[in-house]
Design a protein. Sequence first.
Length: 133
Amino acid sequence: LSQAVMLALEKREWDAEAEKGLAATFADIPAHIVAQWVDAGECELWNVNGDSWLITGIETDSQGRLLVAWCYQGKQARIVAAALQRIAKRNGIQRIQFSTYHKGLSRLLSNVAPRLIGKTEFGANLYEFIAQP
């Protein structure tokens, strides 16, 4: 039997708790730069279920708008990825992108079928998956 898991997303302002919660994800970008992006509204900071952190943004490219998961640190990544599919679809967005240095993350997120589309300027793998059909 599958069990429904509740996902609580709380939009947050940047603070020391967020910086600590996301510290391991900032491989190439100093935390104060990310804080400036959040404070300027260029991306949004979310607390997930009180124990995980997510930064998202909306971008537009030649194929239209996409939801970008800039960074995620925490538990239940598969559930969060599936939730991003639903959120994107509700907002008329067809694609979700994320980048990672974590070699096994694409296998972990097999429930959303991410496909490798390239590399970032920092050498991380760049993946994309579609919004929930």
